[in-house]
Design a protein around this ligand. Structure first.
Ligand code: 13P
Length: 252
């Protein structure tokens, strides 16, 4: 089964218009028009438009970091999936650990968001991962199973727009990356759990990204794992040269 390598940059709450535009140009230049690897960047909402314009003719896709499950309504401060589609967004992160842990977003709410993104015709990058305490008490697989329960509402015709990112919370922004073997073990379990819900064919083509302190130096070994199809990069995606090196590791 060949799955196209996929590298995503989650810019989190960083940047100015000027920096976002420059970074978009750097990523676009590094990616060019290749289809040998997929690349999506996730700037802040307020930088979506300037980033879209600076991605120009590259194959880099525009993503958003979050959305609300409802299409519109009295939800002050929120942004819906159809609004994101309207400004050119093609992919949305759902359930990033910072949303789960810093903003208290629970499984049922995230399942609603996942459904909203897929119903809108967008790609969803659904993020899962255990805390250090959950890992050390042997609950990693149980946590992944609970979080992946959101996939039960994914219809067969939506599964092709689903991406799952495994991001162990203890590896995010800590400099402590999962070893390639730890990443592979978790990814194999995510694929098995996804297969139990979506069926074997959908699971075989499901792109699984690893995230958590990915850097140019550790990207090749992570990508060499059978079930690691790509990377969701935080800090290192804010530096054009580092991100270009990671893109190069995914496909020369
Ligand atoms: P870091 O690469 O900074 O650890 O962040 C990972 C992440 O959260 C990507 O979504």
């Amino acid at each position: 089964m060949t799955r196209t390598p996929y590298v995503a940059g989650n810019w989190k709450m960083h940047g100015t218009r000027r920096k976002a535009a420059a970074l978009a140009r750097a990523v676009a230049a590094a990616q060019g028009d290749t289809t040998a690897r997929r690349c999506t960047v996730f700037p802040t909402f307020v930088h979506l438009d300037i980033v879209r314009r600076n991605l120009r003719d590259s194959t880099v896709r525009l993503g958003a970091q979050n959305c609300h499950p409802e299409p519109e309504g009295a939800y002050t401060g929120e942004i819906s999936a159809p609004m994101l589609r309207d400004v050119g967004v093609e992919s949305v992160l759902v359930g990033h650990s910072e949303r789960r842990h810093l903003f208290g977003e629970r499984d049922a709410f995230l399942a609603d968001k996942l459904q909203a993104v897929l119903e809108t015709g967008l790609e969803a990058v659904f993020c899962v991962g255990e805390t250090l305490e959950e890992r050390e008490s042997g609950r990693t697989f149980a946590v992944l199973e609970r979080q992946l329960g959101a996939l039960r509402r994914v219809a067969p015709d939506q599964a092709g727009r689903l991406v799952v990112a495994y991001e162990p919370v203890w590896a995010i922004g800590t400099g402590r990356t999962a070893t390639p073997a730890q990443a592979q073990e978790a990814h194999a379990e995510v694929r098995r759990l996804a297969g139990a819900i979506l069926g074997a064919d959908a699971a075989a083509t499901l792109p699984l990204l690893y995230g958590g302190s990915v850097k140019p130096g550790n990207a090749p070994d992570l990508l060499a794992q059978d079930d690691v199809d790509g990377l969701l990069v935080g800090g290192a995606s804010l530096d054009g040269d580092s991100f270009a090196d990671i893109l190069g590791a995914a496909a020369p």
